[in-house]
Write a protein that binds this ligand. Structure first.
Ligand SMILES: [Zn+2]
Length: 234
């Protein structure tokens, strides 16, 4: 089946990676904290990933590179070349981290889901295609496709007990299917955007606030230019 990626840009990212991508983190997300009767309202979930979430007097910003809906629609929220804010405080099983997180060297994929419900076949089909393209592009090893629970143990549970790791990894690393069959067509965001609604939830989401003064544009760009010079080995 032909699959598409819909662009739905989130402003929640940092422009420059401090390391090459070698990891993919799988998450689940729902809107259950704001609408328990309709936890997979995609517009509300997109709001969570594109607009500040208020926690009392503070607001946090989260995102991911991709969101895969229950129906198998893939949204691209952040360009892979940028750092999306999907894992918060986290580290690899061997302790590796940058700025207290795995975000700098990972791609984050959110699936609409929760511990109480199975992921859909459409979601698995999309995820496998997406993962195949990422694995080929960045030469990601099987041990570097991890759950949020693996990089934030004790704090995070996603993608949870419903997620079928065998099904996904077997397919992604199967040599049988040609890579060309896994092309995902990117279609641009529609101009008739859904109405913007304020979000105010009080619990549930973790999150690292990357809006600290360290992200001051001028200072940050100077630092990045310096580091880029250091790391540019070509
Ligand atoms: Zn997560």
């Amino acid at each position: 089946m032909e699959r598409e990626i819909r662009e739905f840009p989130s402003p929640h990212y940092r422009e420059y990676r401090l390391a090459k991508v070698d990891t993919v983190i799988i998450h689940y997300i729902s809107a259950i904290n704001i609408d328990k009767d309709n936890p997979f309202d995609t517009n509300k979930i997109l709001d969570l990933l594109t607009k500040p979430i208020k926690f009392g007097s503070t607001a946090v910003k989260v995102s991911a590179h991709y969101l895969i809906t229950r129906e198998g629609v893939v949204y691209r929220l952040v360009d892979e070349k940028h750092v999306s804010w999907h894992s918060g405080t986290s580290q690899m099983p061997d302790g590796r981290k940058i700025r207290d997180s795995v975000n700098d060297f990972s791609i984050g994929i959110e699936l609409e889901g929760g511990d109480w419900i199975e992921f859909t076949n459409d979601q698995y089909e999309c995820l496998i295609k997406l993962l195949k393209s990422i694995v080929i592009k960045y030469n990601v090893g099987q041990d570097f496709i991890l759950g949020h629970c693996d990089v934030a143990p004790g704090r995070k549970q996603d993608p949870g007990k419903q997620f079928d790791w065998d099904r996904v990894l077997t397919k992604v690393f199967s040599p049988v299917e040609p890579a060309a069959a896994n092309k995902l067509t990117i279609i641009p965001k529609k101009t008739d955007e859904p109405e913007v609604k304020p979000i105010d939830i009080t619990d549930g989401r973790d999150i690292i606030d990357e809006t600290s003064p360290a992200n001051n544009k001028t200072v940050w760009n100077k630092l990045i230019n310096f580091l880029t010079g250091l790391f540019n080995t070509k």
